[in-house]
Design a protein around this ligand. Structure first.
Ligand SMILES: Cc1cc2nc3c(=O)[nH]c(=O)nc-3n(C[C@H](O)[C@H](O)[C@H](O)COP(=O)(O)OP(=O)(O)OC[C@H]3O[C@@H](n4cnc5c(N)ncnc54)[C@H](O)[C@@H]3O)c2cc1C
Length: 478
């Protein structure tokens, strides 16, 4: 079986690894991975500067989604997995230029602890009163239709919680806005809870009780409760690039083609014909792991409805700016991992991670690494600014938010690394599940084709790995 994999991001690489593993075990699996760019990894890319690991794209994966950790262990990287420094975990929201810590007990945007919620400076008194009354919220009767996250959260907790909590948290994950993202796709648990309990707070408290009871039962039965000690995030000592380099080294060198953009795709009697750098090549199966906007263009001639559905999935762009400072030249930083900036604050910065605090041991002693995010759906124009302008914006806003005594404008960073990610993050807009159902129906008529990547069923690195590997396994079984 000859398989073409289109796209060498983490989804395409995970698919290739699965096929390579099967091939090495004797399966009839011959594959070629086509990557348009000059390097593998897509959004995963890190740089080592004087002993500091800088993440240009993602810095870690959620520990509870096992696909990434399982893959790292399979690749022999278990010893290089690095837990987030959860003892120091604290995240702030910028409210009128001041940092306000997220209150303790927030679960998926839902407050579950009375005292921290009552005492926080994040919300006004009227919002706090509304949060208390939320316990009486009736179940939603017509819960089958989709809606925006903003509509769901506002119905329960009010507009201030959308602006100060939902929006900044989602823009940190999706680079998108709560007013566009689909509640059913992004917060399916909350949608279910609303149908069952009415009140999201009651639903979350019930889920919490069930989790605690399950953990106690495990302990009673002599099993260790692994999740209790698990860090929220896991990274790699050498950065995400370590995963990409290790994966690439496992693939057959002749099976990986860089600077090989697939520019045409056609279905033939025997399989698929690909146009690459002016030449035509035949394959029996295809794993499409390019972004949906690129997949849409390639698949439109094969199935116009499928092409249209894929092209209609929106994407957002973002920019990361990593800055290394000498700690001796900075004032005292607030505790914790960093802060999120609500859109209503009117800033270019969306978020900033204190990378040297979030993952210990990847920054030399005496250095601080700030990893700032800009862009998102609201601020795409920033992509055309020069590196110098972007670095100057970040330095000015950091100084305004953290205070000139902490990080003065006269203090020069020792190193600056700017990365632009154009149309890199799929946005699960309202109606995403219906669109996926259409796409699934069209794919059923094209059995030699599979899709993988962040546009479908999970935006994070673990989801992309899971979908890439699943696509390969399905083709092997077909
Ligand atoms: C700044 C940033 C921070 C993030 N932070 C996190 C995080 O901390 N944790 C987390 O879990 N996730 C994070 N994510 C999300 C996650 O990194 C991405 O969703 C994931 O890496 C996407 O992988 P992919 O393989 O689907 O797509 P991509 O990485 O976009 O790869 C697709 C590849 O296809 C190639 N391609 C396109 N067209 C063609 C063609 N015609 N022919 C051949 N090749 C083609 C592209 O060149 C690209 O290399 C972040 C993303 C970004 C951008």
């Amino acid at each position: 079986m000859r398989v073409a994999i289109i796209g060498g991001g983490i989804a395409g690489l995970a698919a290739a690894y699965e096929l390579e593993t099967a091939r090495a075990a004797g399966a009839n699996a011959d594959y070629t991975l086509f990557e348009a760019g000059s390097r593998l990894g897509g959004s995963l890319s890190s740089e080592a500067v004087d002993g500091a690991v800088l993440e240009r794209g993602p810095d870690s994966f959620l520990t509870e989604k096992r696909a990434a950790i399982d893959l790292c262990r399979e690749l022999g990287l278990g010893g290089d997995l690095l837990p987030s420094n959860d003892a120091a975990r604290k995240t702030y929201i910028v409210v009128r230029n001041r940092l306000v810590a997220l209150p303790d007990g927030l679960m998926f945007l839902v407050p579950t602890k009375l005292v921290p919620t009552a005492l926080t400076r994040l919300f006004s008194l009227s919002t706090k009163a509304r949060m208390a009354l939320e316990l009486l919220h009736p179940p939603r009767v017509d819960h089958r239709g989709d809606e925006t996250v903003a509509a769901l959260v506002e119905r329960h907790f009010g507009a201030e919680v959308v602006d100060r909590l939902a929006d900044p948290l989602l823009s940190g994950i999706y680079g998108g806005s709560a007013a566009q993202l689909s509640a059913r796709s992004v917060l399916p648990r909350l949608v279910e809870m609303e149908g069952q309990y009415g009140s999201l707070t009651r639903g979350m408290l019930a889920a919490h009780r069930r989790m605690n009871a399950a953990a106690k039962t495990q302990v009673r039965n002599g099993k260790s409760n692994k999740n209790a000690a698990a860090p929220v995030f896991t990274a790699l000592r050498g950065g995400m690039q370590q995963l990409i380099d290790t994966l690439a080294a496992r693939l057959h060198p002749a099976a990986v083609r860089l600077a090989a953009p697939v520019s045409g795709l056609a279905k033939t009697g025997q399989g698929w014909s690909l146009n690459v750098n002016g030449a035509s090549e035949m394959y029996e199966r295809v794993i499409m792991a390019a972004p949906a906007w690129a997949a849409g263009v390639l698949l439109r001639p094969v199935d116009p409805a499928l092409g249209e559905d894929l092209s209609a999935i929106p994407y957002s762009s973002s920019i990361t700016v990593n800055l290394i400072y000498s700690e001796a030249r900075l004032g005292r930083l607030p505790e914790g991992f960093g802060f999120l900036v609500p859109v209503v604050e009117g800033r270019a910065l969306l978020a900033c991670t204190f990378a040297h605090r979030k993952f210990l041991g990847r920054t030399p002693p005496g250095k601080a690494v700030f990893r700032a995010f800009l862009g998102g759906t609201q601020n795409e124009a920033l992509l055309t600014e020069t590196d110098d302008v972007l670095a100057a914006i970040v330095r000015r806003e950091l100084s305004e938010i953290l205070g000139a005594k902490t990080i003065g404008l006269n203090v020069e960073p020792e190193h600056v690394c700017v990365s632009r990610w154009r149309r890199a993050m799929a946005q699960y807009a309202v109606g995403h599940q219906e669109r996926l159902a259409h796409i699934g129906a069209r794919l059923a008529a094209l059995p030699g084709l599979r899709l993988a990547g962040n546009a479908y069923d999970g935006i994070g690195v673990p989801d992309c790995i899971r979908l890439g590997r699943r696509a390969a396994r399905e083709l092997l079984a077909s």
